[in-house]
Design a protein around this ligand. Structure first.
Ligand SMILES: Cc1cc2nc3c(=O)[nH]c(=O)nc-3n(C[C@H](O)[C@H](O)[C@H](O)COP(=O)(O)OP(=O)(O)OC[C@H]3O[C@@H](n4cnc5c(N)ncnc54)[C@H](O)[C@@H]3O)c2cc1C
Length: 283
């Protein structure tokens, strides 16, 4: 994470171009009806019709079928998502009083350990008194399944082992993530199974006018389970723009006469309908 973002949150990292988009938060999608011509996204607050959709839900959400696709997603894409599943990675955040660990700003510490019961420490994040302790793999999965109390207890026990009991006594507040049980994510950090690197490209193959994006689809950098890897790649943006443009002549023809609902980006909709037609959606 860029250090400036750590202090001010991810929004400070968004490109200024993001202000051109309208965002709807807390609007889970239940179903996506797609064809080569258009796409309708059904949410609990209504439906949105568009010429194309870019979908960035995690590979685990795709593979578990939490969003119904109609027609179903091609087997080829589902297989690819199944080879790029998420691992387990959680973060235990501790607010300390002062600097009891005696470490510098943004110091990172990895324990030399023969056991899987270990972690990674990020100290004095961005010059603050916040520290985070990251746990991962099978050990992290088992520990996070036991809940936040067990995670914080491990963090204090681990700090005590490395720095003495004053370190644990200096913890003022704590909080922990649990990405495996977050129902709209179901894990952390997509990794390709051995020999499955080509699955990333397969996931980006257009499905009618639906385009899958997000961390699992980035091909060229290490694992790419990072925020920069989530940005829609240039080829994806070009393909999506081509897909939208290929239906634009209709729009111009309609706009010369009386604008139709389809031309304006909204299909004929029989349920509640969300306002603000968009040329494409990013979920
Ligand atoms: C502990 C931890 C630390 C990390 N640290 C870093 C770091 O320092 N730097 C870095 O670059 N990366 C880091 N990462 C990785 C980074 O968080 C991911 O790469 C990034 O979040 C992936 O973005 P994404 O858009 O592909 O997927 P996600 O972030 O999973 O976004 C998918 C979105 O889809 C939404 N969604 C799911 N289902 C539905 C539905 N039915 N309807 C509507 N919306 C839905 C979800 O709510 C979610 O907001 C870290 C990850 C973890 C877990």
């Amino acid at each position: 994470m860029p250090r400036s973002a750590a202090a001010r949150g991810w929004e400070s990292w968004w490109p200024s171009s993001a202000s051109r988009f309208r965002f709807r938060f807390s609007t889970p999608v239940n179903r996506i009806v797609w064809s080569k011509r258009d796409v309708t996204v059904e949410t609990r607050s209504g439906r949105i019709a568009a010429r194309a959709a870019i979908i960035t839900v995690s590979s685990n959400i795709l593979a578990t079928g939490n969003i119904k696709f109609d027609p179903e997603l091609p087997r080829r894409h589902l297989d690819a998502a199944g080879k790029l599943t998420l691992g387990s990675y959680d973060r235990i955040a501790l607010q300390m009083s002062g600097n009891p660990l005696g470490l510098a700003r943004d110091d990172i510490l990895v324990e030399q350990s023969n056991s899987t019961r270990t972690a990674l420490l990020s100290a004095n994040i961005g010059g603050s008194t916040l520290c985070s302790i990251d746990i991962a793999g099978a050990f992290g999965r088992d520990l996070s399944a036991q809940g936040e109390q067990a995670m914080v207890a491990f963090a204090k026990e681990w700090l005590t082992k490395l720095f003495g009991s004053e370190a644990a006594a200096a913890v003022k507040k704590s909080s922990a993530t649990n990405w495996n049980s977050a129902p709209y994510v179901l894990g952390a950090m997509s990794a390709a199974a051995p020999g499955s690197q080509p699955s990333r490209k397969i996931l980006t193959e257009p499905i009618g006018c639906v385009f899958l994006a997000g961390e699992a689809t980035h091909e060229t950098q290490w694992a790419r389970s990072t925020a920069p890897g989530t940005a829609a790649s240039a080829p994806l943006r070009r393909r999506c723009a081509r897909s939208v443009r290929s239906r634009m002549p209709n729009r111009r023809r309609h706009l010369r006469g009386r604008p139709s609902r389809v031309a304006a980006g909204r299909g004929p909709i029989d349920g509640p309908e969300l306002k603000d037609p968009m040329p494409y959606l990013r979920l």
